[in-house]
Design a protein around this ligand. Structure first.
Ligand code: ATP
Ligand code: MG
Length: 418
């Protein structure tokens, strides 16, 4: 028996990074005042169709939907926001305190073509804030994401941000977009043409290269923002700048779900080939009302947990490629004795130092240094010891220097602490 295509086991030997992420994330969420919420894996199909949008890739192509024995249409959750909104409304959480902050970690299901960084059961770390309209929470969530990635040792990520406007700015944008698309009709795929009437914004999300080319100069929501949306976005940008966070304003970022308004963002990486997004988020000020609750501004993000772990594994592997700092090659009894005492002092100073006590030849010891993937090798020969020097060789660059034995240990500590 085998797992279903796109589903996988996460084996005990791989679990430590998952646990590390969970620990850091929950710790950080708690510091920011978020409370955990657990939502069902199965919901009525209607919930996702109404929130994510009928004319989106997720709802049209990716959901695991089936009828149960009584004929109810059910779907394995493809994301968390819709369910959390449902829960917020169902339990009338707004009545007691409309301002709520939730996080959840768990599996999501989308029937996509499986490949690296893309699975049919995958995991998300999700955070949502209800009841705050201020642009400060937009910047706060992006700050939180950045802080988590920083704590996990991730670098080389970039934040792409955009504003999708609100129902007030949509009509003017939609008209400009439709006028533009009319001129490009011949270059667009069937799917795009079908979406022209139903949901033109989705055309900007088409992944087909020819469509992307044809739409390169398409009108952008950013150029059609109303006064309030515009000043909201300005505050987000200036706040991010003051927080010292780098970001790229990306006019073409639209996100694959219909409920977004105003700020939308993605954290992208170049580490995973085509699967560039590690996290995505945005504001959805209309969704609570749309699903039957009172008008409530809201905002959230989802991190692709599997992708995050894959990036961390790459960093870990690189680290492991060099497992020790220094290998001491001691040739002869005097060198063995000296080397032994140096190694103790270096170990004590936190420098990963190894040596071999078997009295082997130079060739054999260099082989051993290679096997241990030493960054540096210290070569102590009797004749040089008499001159009170040893040779240090950088195994990456093959450069060699002579060091005086009198100041050897402090010199080495300096080299390794650089
Ligand atoms: P993509 O453009 O890669 O399909 P998306 O826009 O569909 O991503 P979101 O709905 O924004 O993804 O979900 C948030 C995050 O969840 C993504 O940034 C990604 O890291 C992760 N994710 C989405 N789909 C998958 C999947 N099938 N397998 C693994 N991770 C995924
Ligand atoms: Mg997708």
């Amino acid at each position: 028996m085998q797992t279903i295509r796109g589903f996988r086991d996460i084996l005990p030997e791989k679990i430590s990074l998952w646990q590390k992420v969970e620990k850091e994330a929950t710790h950080l969420f708690k510091s920011f005042g978020f409370k955990e919420i657990r939502i069902p894996i199965l919901e009525k199909t209607e919930l996702f169709a109404r929130s994510i949008g009928v004319v989106t890739d997720i709802v049209e192509k990716e959901m695991y939907t089936f009828e149960d024995r009584k004929g109810d249409k059910l779907t394995l959750r493809p994301e968390a926001t819709a369910s959390i909104v449902r829960s917020y409304i169902q339990h009338k959480m707004y009545a007691k305190d409309p301002i709520r902050k939730f996080y959840m970690i768990g599996p999501m299901f989308r029937r996509e073509r499986p490949q690296k960084g893309r699975y049919r059961q995958f995991y998300q770390i999700d955070a949502e804030i209800f009841g705050v309209e201020s642009a400060y929470v937009d910047s706060q969530l992006i700050f939180l994401l950045n802080e988590l990635f920083k704590r996990l040792g991730l670098t080389g990520l970039s934040a792409h941000i955009n504003s999708l406007g609100c129902p007030e700015c949509r009509p003017s944008f939609q008209k400009a977009l439709l006028d533009f698309i009319e001129l490009k009709k011949d270059s667009l795929c069937e799917n795009c043409l079908r979406r022209m009437d139903k949901n033109p914004l989705r055309i900007l999300d088409c992944k087909i290269v020819d469509c992307k080319k044809a739409l390169a100069d398409a009108p952008a929501t950013l150029d059609h923002l109303c006064h309030d949306c515009s000043s909201h976005f300005d505050t987000v940008k200036t706040t991010l700048e003051k927080q010292g966070l780098d970001f790229i304003v990306d006019k073409s970022l639209v996100r694959g779900l219909d409920y977004y308004t105003r700020t939308a963002w993605e954290i992208q990486t170049t580490a995973l080939g085509a699967q560039s997004a590690v996290a995505g988020g945005g504001r959805y000020d209309g969704l609570v009302k749309e699903l039957g609750g009172p008008q409530t501004p809201a905002i959230g993000f989802a991190i692709g947990f599997d992708r995050l772990v894959e990036i961390m594994e790459q960093i870990d592997n690189k680290k492991e490629a060099r497992t020790i700092d220094l290998f001491i090659v001691s040739l002869g009894d005097l060198a063995m004795e000296k080397g032994y005492h140096w190694s103790l002092e270096l170990n004590q100073a936190g420098i990963r130092t190894e040596m071999d006590f078997r009295g082997k030849s130079m060739k054999a010891l260099m082989k051993r240094a290679d096997k241990l993937k030493a960054q540096y090798v210290l070569i102590a020969r009797e004749d040089e010891l008499k001159k009170k020097t040893v040779v240090i060789r950088n195994m990456n660059t093959k450069e060699q220097v002579l060091l005086a034995i009198e100041t050897l240990v402090p010199e080495l500590i300096k080299i390794f602490n650089k």
